[in-house]
Design a protein around this ligand. Structure first.
Ligand SMILES: Cc1ncc(C[n+]2csc(CCOP(=O)(O)OP(=O)(O)O)c2C)c(N)n1
Ligand SMILES: [Mg+2]
Length: 796
């Protein structure tokens, strides 16, 4: 292969294009006027607040120009992911240069006036963020929180055989946990049915203030590391632009040849082995082409280039001069017409139409989104002849439903299930009747459902699962993520970023079309950790989720299998949300037949008349509310005790499936209006609320409701260990006996009976403690408890 694949003209043009992108990047960071430098630079042309990141930008621009060449030469479909997305100016500059930006934002026209707007709007009030963001055409990756570029890149190309993602990874970013584990995504990518990812490790040597680890290990060590991850690394190293252009062009040619070869062998020659995919190490200067020195300190090629290499430009004439010299070094007058239009011969370097990376439809996944074909979830119902008459493991019917969703959409190849090694444990194993676990690494006899064609993605990295799923959804497909409740916290921060993306998309960017929701199924939850105990107990993800904008988050606590089915169906059909579904996986009593489940889930909250004793008889003495499967069980068991101990007590039982109904309507679209809430919860009766998670969340959601003063919430209060299921609730005062005591304490007319009932409760709790310590399991009256409809006046 030639080491000079670019002709002198092509080289000159590409370098000119790169200069244009660099010029526009510096302009965005510094200028608000005089964009073409037609006048000498004056302090008032410079922004008063200088915000942005220069250091990574020339490298990102360099890669963009070379990708444009490859796309044109090979007519490829390439998505650009900028891991160091703090280099927002680079991507915005390139998207503007290729003409896309002005098509999406006509105000930022493709001329001098548009260039002025382009500069002014960047990191400016009312303008655009300094990072790559949902506002940036062509992006599916929010710059900002580092670590997710590579998992996003892989997620985007699964089931997209004609798509290639060029994924730029910061050398600092590569030190993060999520990025480090994402290299292994190549063991899950099947070249026959999936596209390809070309990782480009951007080794500019520095982070904000430190060298990077990978820049300070030997060439051999880095090469071995990448080889060990299963890639074939190619090094592009240097600082002389001409040499680097030739080297990059040559390396890109080689890498894209290899990718084409791998795909051809897999698709046409039936090769099934996992290939060594190419990757590139681009070692270039941080802040390349920027000022070599500022105030006597080396800047180009150091961490000092990371953000704005020098500020106080308005106040310091020396810095003003430095900026002008720097910007003029790109010779904009040779790149643009006097009207600020990129010269035609340079325009010709950009691909056309939606081959332009800024206009790649995969980056606006909603455009490509196809509805899932859905079976009728009612067909998977558990027969529930009467409340509490049968037991079931709630996830299993849902799993059969998901299996058939998988089957019905097999041809469209647009549905996958994700999870950290827990699909079987979470009772979703029936999926393996239809598909298998994706696996491109070695397989040996006895392996369980591993296949290169599998559609269940399991890797013991919640970060990677989340990143893959986000990439998959953002490019217009559907997915479902199951995880142990306590450990989903590992991706709290990724959830944040995705929620922000959806919020901005939903409220501010009409051209971004709605995508499928991100669905979490959280099981192995806090109340059923018989194997594991305290380390596995944490219901706090819900608290984290409800911090986010009401428009994009939904939380569901279905109490049984049929409600879970109904909720899962709803979530898979929804768009632009993050749905969190929490339900246990152990055998539990079933409460609602399918018809009642659908009605209950449609309202999200409802009085369970069959368990209540106040129907048609004026106001209740007490409201017993519950949210979550275990709290629902304990509430009903408490109602049962009350029936026997205090037969004339009027109890109203309310079950909450959709947690957001508790919030005021003004705060969340699912919130009950105050009138309905007051009718349901009364304005003055005690409410004993048994809740799945940390109790204060219920107060947080309801503090503005009329009857909040009478609300008493029981939930998880951080007591846990390895013990019996019932002891787990006892330790947190959420058990039936504590709930009964709560009722007796709060209903004024029971004062005279309080001493007797409380003694009964105390005795039962002592019996419980003695019994489990002696026998190692719950008392028969707990294990064998079941709802007796006959016990319940008002029950059917
Ligand atoms: C998870 C995370 N931690 C910390 C930061 C703060 N931060 C922003 S940029 C940066 C340095 C990034 O270095 P590198 O990935 O090498 O990017 P580049 O050198 O190309 O700017 C850091 C630490 C962040 N954005 N995300
Ligand atoms: Mg770096």
């Amino acid at each position: 292969m030639s080491t000079t694949p670019l002709s002198p003209t092509e080289l000159e043009l590409m370098n000119a294009y790169w200069r244009a992108a660099n010029y526009l990047s510096v302009g965005q960071i510094y200028l608000m006027d005089n964009p073409m430098l037609k006048q000498p630079l004056l302090p008032e042309h410079v922004k008063p607040r200088l915000l942005g990141h220069w250091g990574t930008t020339p490298g990102l621009n360099f890669i963009y120009v070379h990708l444009n060449r490859i796309i044109r030469a090979r007519d490829l479909d390439i998505l650009y992911i900028a891991g160091p997305g703090h280099g927002g100016p680079a991507i915005v500059a390139n998207v503007w240069l290729e003409g896309t930006y002005s098509e999406y934002y006509p105000d930022v026209s493709f001329d001098e006036a548009g260039m002025k707007r382009l500069f002014r709007q960047f990191s400016f009030p009312g303008g655009i963020p300094s990072h790559v963001a949902p506002e940036t055409p062509g992006s599916i990756h929010e710059g900002g929180e580092l670590g997710y570029s590579l998992s996003h890149a892989f997620g985007a190309v699964f089931d997209n055989p004609d798509l290639i993602t060029a994924c730029v990874i910061g050398d600092g970013e590569s030190e993060t946990g999520p990025l480090a584990t994402a290299w292994h995504s190549n063991k899950f990518l099947n070249p026959k049915r999936d596209g390809a990812v070309l990782p480009i490790l951007h080794l500019n040597g520095y982070k904000i203030a430190n060298p990077t680890v990978l820049a300070r290990i030997s060439h051999e060590e880095l090469e071995s590391l990448m080889t060990g991850y299963g890639y074939r690394p190619y090094f592009v190293e240097g600082d002389d632009p001409e040499t680097m252009h030739q080297l990059m062009a040559e390396t890109f040619d080689r890498c894209f040849d290899e990718i084409a070869g791998i795909q051809r062998r897999a698709r046409e020659e039936g090769v099934t082995e996992r290939p060594m995919w190419p990757m590139i190490v681009l070692r270039s200067l941080k802040g390349w082409t920027g000022p070599k020195e500022v105030d006597g300190k080396k800047t180009e090629g150091t961490w000092r280039s990371h953000q704005v290499p020098f500020s106080e430009v308005r106040q310091n004439p020396g810095h003003l001069k430095l900026l002008e010299t720097w910007m003029r070094s790109y010779r904009a007058e040779e790149l643009f017409t006097p009207d600020g239009v990129l010269l035609p011969e340079l325009q010709a370097l950009a691909p056309k139409g939606n081959k332009r990376m800024g206009d790649n439809p995969h980056a606006n996944g909603g455009l490509l989104l196809k509805e899932l074909r859905m079976p009728d979830f009612r067909d998977y119902a558990v027969e529930v002849p009467s409340p509490g008459s049968v037991e079931a493991e709630a996830p299993k019917p849902m799993a059969r439903f998901l299996r058939d969703v998988m089957k019905l959409n097999e041809k469209s190849c647009n549905f996958r299930v994700f999870g950290p090694d827990e699909t079987a444990s979470n009772r979703l194993g029936v999926l393996f009747e239809e598909t298998e676990r994706t696996w491109m690494a070695e397989r040996i006899p006895g392996d369980d459902h591993l296949s290169p064609d599998g559609r269940v993605m399991e890797i013991l990295s919640e970060h990677t699962c989340q990143g893959w799923l986000e990439g998959y959804l953002l490019t217009g497909r559907h997915g479902f993520f199951s995880c142990y409740e306590a450990f989903i916290h590992i991706i709290d921060s990724m959830f944040n970023q995705h929620a922000k993306w959806l919020k901005v998309t939903d409220s501010e960017i009409p051209w971004r079309r709605p995508i499928a929701s991100l669905n979490y199924f959280l099981t192995s939850h806090v109340w059923r950790q018989d194997h594991n105990g305290f380390s596995h107990q944490d219901p706090g993800f819900i608290d984290h989720v409800v911090n986010k904008k009401a428009d994009v988050i939904r939380v569901y606590l279905p109490p049984d299998a049929n409600t879970l089915l109904s909720v899962a169906d709803h979530c898979l059909r929804s768009r632009n949300y993050i749905n969190v579904i929490v339900a246990g996986k152990q055998p539990e009593w079933q409460w609602l037949d399918m018809e009642s489940a659908v009605r209950h889930c449609s309202s999200g909250i409802g009085i369970w008349e069959w368990a209540s004793s106040d129907a048609g008889d004026g106001e209740p003495d007490v409201v017993m509310a519950c949210a979550g499967d275990v709290p629902t069980l304990e509430t009903l068991a408490a109602v049962d005790i009350l029936r026997r101990q205090v037969p004339d007590l009027k109890v109203r039982v309310i079950n909450v499936v959709d947690l957001m109904t508790l919030q005021p309507k003004e705060e969340h679209p699912h919130g009950l209006d105050d009138r309905d809430f007051d009718d349901m919860f009364t304005t003055d009766k005690p409410i004993i609320f048994a809740y799945h998670g940390y109790p204060w969340l219920i107060h947080r959601l309801t503090y503005r409701r009329t009857n909040h003063g009478n609300l008493h919430v029981r939930g998880y209060k951080e007591e846990g260990t390895t013990t019996t299921p019932f002891d787990m609730v006892v330790m947190n005062d959420l058990d039936r006996f504590h709930l009964v005591a709560d009722v007796v304490n709060r209903v004024p007319r029971l004062r005279h009976k309080a001493a007797y009932v409380k003694q009964y409760v105390r005795d039962r709790l002592i019996d419980h403690r003695e019994y489990i310590r002696q026998y190692g399991e719950d008392m028969p009256e707990i294990r064998d408890w079941r709802w007796q409809p006959g016990n319940s006046p008002g029950g059917k």
